[in-house]
Write a protein of this length. Structure first.
Length: 212
């Protein structure tokens, strides 16, 4: 009985009611502050959002740096210049009237140098792909064949990083087999001085001053 009366008296006491409300408000306030400070809610924490933003910027800068570095390495490799294939020897064409006419028909400042090697076509192309860009023209035709049926394999590689041969000043052609000359007789192509070796032809164009 005393206990029930004490409880009833406490409920009727205004001071006790106010004290209970204050305690409830204090407990609720602490719970709200804990929720705001929770590390899970990163959207309400300026520091966490700032750290995430800085992390994203660092990752973006790192990706851009890697891309620029890769581009620079590719450009430097493409502009490495001509290197003679190991073991290849220079080929000097015979001093014939046909060859003289061909040389005189070249544009001013253009020089052509040929080299021969017994190594396979694939090995030579792989070597030059290490620092040159293989080029296939938009109107490239399948390789022709010799009268005996052997396929003539040929490809071009640009040494100075130009987009195509027309704008390049330094490129090479790799071909197998080698033939000294070709002419048309009776409607058919005639190949002369045919050798089962790989030919490397370097073409270089010097800069010419434009007339003002």
């Amino acid at each position: 009985m005393r206990t029930d009366e004490a409880r009833k008296g406490a409920a009727d006491d205004p001071y006790q009611r106010v004290s209970a409300r204050l305690r409830l408000k204090y407990i609720t306030g602490r719970r709200r502050r804990r929720t705001l400070r929770s590390p899970v809610d990163v959207t309400t924490s300026g520091g966490s959002a700032a750290r995430i933003s800085r992390g994203q910027k660092i990752r973006t800068l790192t990706a851009a740096t890697v891309a620029l570095l890769a581009f620079g390495l590719a450009a430097s490799a493409a502009g490495a210049g001509f290197k003679l294939y190991p073991g290849a020897t220079k080929y000097t064409p015979p001093d014939t009237e046909e060859n003289k006419q061909f040389t005189s028909s070249l544009r001013p400042g253009t020089t052509i140098t040929a080299y021969l090697t017994k190594d396979s076509f694939e090995d030579v192309v792989t070597f030059y792909k290490g620092f040159a860009n293989e080029y296939t023209g938009p109107k490239a035709r399948p390789g022709s064949k010799l009268p005996n049926g052997q396929e003539i394999r040929r490809t071009f590689l640009i040494l100075d990083g130009a987009p195509d041969i027309l704008h390049s000043r330094s490129w090479i052609s790799v071909q197998r087999p080698f033939f000294g000359s070709v002419s048309r007789e009776g409607g058919e192509l005639q190949y002369k001085d045919v050798r089962d070796v790989t030919e490397i032809v370097l073409t270089e164009k010097a800069e010419t001053k434009k007339e003002q």
